[in-house]
Design a protein around this ligand. Structure first.
Ligand code: NAD
Ligand code: MG
Length: 402
């Protein structure tokens, strides 16, 4: 298969069906949507491993239904909850702790890893899947923000394939597919769409008093708490800009963002002749998830087909850089050096967690990130240890400023 994207290694081979899948983050929003796709097409998958973080009870429910051979949780308490809720006729092998995620990512018997953990915790398991040459459905954008340079190189060596689950990047993948085989020079720009989040059109004065509840109320997508806050600050689009640069080998100057409130157009690829190819669909993550897990096949999903006449109007506007500075912070961080995005991400995770705990205000989020970036001088992050050590250092420093 010709290289559609820069993360498609020469020696990549897609696994046959049924594909043995390991889902890291099975209990989250993306994990749950993926299991809906698998439930509808059981003949295409063998669920080999499910990981469920702190939620042993929900993981037990999923294990009872899908009967994976392996299950992983983060804590002993979650293991107790998991074991207490399993049926007597079934005993999975249970692994505990962050290392368990790395194990589930590189199991010999697994073909396909869905990386749907939230945050920097996704970096090591995603890298492990890349080293093991797996087909990877990547929802965890933070792993590319931290170490896209390392993951790319690892995939080239191992033959691992990354398929982008993030709806915008999946849209770009589809807009690139079949169009850049003859000349990558034909590609002129990637255009990410952004819903604008719950505070689209609001000014800084309004944002200074918004609550956790208001920030979590995304108008179009149902998602986990962290990405919902990232969408409200527009940091989600900043992380996605960096993700797009890594996935498609584009400089940030060739990745633009347009606010599109309806979330129907999921992104666009622009070619040098002026053509822009858009991907449209009902805003439901089952669509890009099914595209990745079943690629190159297309399968049905339980999502209503898009009816443009019912949608009526599609609108587009420039992002407001004054009220939402996070997008520019991310753009500048990526342009500055490979270590700056790690700082951006770590400070953001600390700030978002503090906002969710209601210990800081909404506008403190960009301020905390900006001051972490100002304190940072470029360091070498060519190894995964260096990436993780910088991540931890920035977290400690950012926490101490709260
Ligand atoms: P979520 O909060 O709903 O679920 C997160 C999952 O990660 C849970 O299964 C949880 O157990 C697990 N987890 C949390 N912390 C962990 C840790 N330290 N170690 C191991 N596992 C841990 O999040 P989500 O909305 O499903 O998002 C997951 C990822 O997908 C994020 O990177 C997000 O940016 C990305 N994404 C989500 C959506 C969406 O619609 N939800 C869309 C595009 C991309
Ligand atoms: Mg997205």
């Amino acid at each position: 298969m010709k290289s559609y994207i820069s993360l498609w290694p020469e020696k990549a081979q897609l696994p046959d069906f049924p594909r043995a899948i390991s889902i890291l983050g099975a209990t989250g929003s993306i994990g749950t949507s993926a299991l809906k796709v698998i439930r509808k097409h059981p003949e295409l998958f063998t669920v080999t491993a499910l990981a469920g973080g702190h939620n042993g009870t929900k993981l037990a429910e999923l294990c009872t239904e899908f009967r994976p051979q392996f299950a992983a949780v983060l804590t002993n308490q979650a293991r107790t909850d998991l074991m207490a809720n399993l049926p007597t006729d079934y005993t999975p092998e249970i692994l505990v702790g962050p290392e368990a995620y790395v194990e589930l990512a590189r199991l010999d018997t697994v073909d396909l890893v869905l990386s749907s953990i939230v945050g920097a915790a996704g970096f090591e398991p995603t890298l492990a899947a890349a080293k093991a040459g797996k087909m990877i459905g990547l929802a965890n954008k933070e792993s590319l923000v931290l170490g896209g340079h390392i993951i790319r190189e690892t995939c080239q060596k191992s033959g691992a394939i990354i398929l982008p689950v993030d709806s915008e990047h999946n849209a770009l993948f589809q807009g690139l597919m079949g169009h850049i085989e003859h000349s990558e020079k034909a590609l002129s720009r990637l255009i990410l769409t952004a819903s604008g989040g719950p505070f689209r059109g609001k000014d800084t004065e309004f944002l200074s008093t918004v609550t956790r509840k208001q920030a979590l109320a995304h108008p179009n997508w149902s998602m986990g708490a962290k990405i919902s806050i990232d969408s409200a600050t527009l940091m989600n689009k900043g992380l996605e800009l960096i993700e797009a640069c890594h996935l498609y080998g584009m400089p940030p100057s060739k990745v633009d963002v347009v606010v599109h409130a309806q979330s129907i157009v999921h992104s666009l690829v622009e070619y040098t002749d002026g053509s822009q190819l858009a991907h449209l669909g009902t805003p439901d993550m089952q669509i890009p998830i099914a595209h990745c897990l079943c690629f190159p096949d297309r399968v049905t999903v339980d999502v209503p087909q898009l009816n443009l006449a019912h949608v009526g109007t599609l609108t587009f506007e420039e992002p407001d850089a004054t009220a939402f500075p996070c997008l520019q912070l991310a753009r500048d961080a990526y342009a500055a050096s490979p270590s700056h995005p790690i700082v951006l991400n770590a400070a953001n995770e600390v700030a978002v967690a503090a906002f969710l705990d209601e210990t800081i205000r909404f506008l403190d989020i960009p301020a905390i990130i900006e001051s972490a970036l100002e304190r940072h001088s470029t360091v070498d992050v060519t190894t995964s240890d260096a990436v993780l050590s910088l991540d931890q250092q920035v977290r400690r420093e950012a926490l101490s400023t709260l």
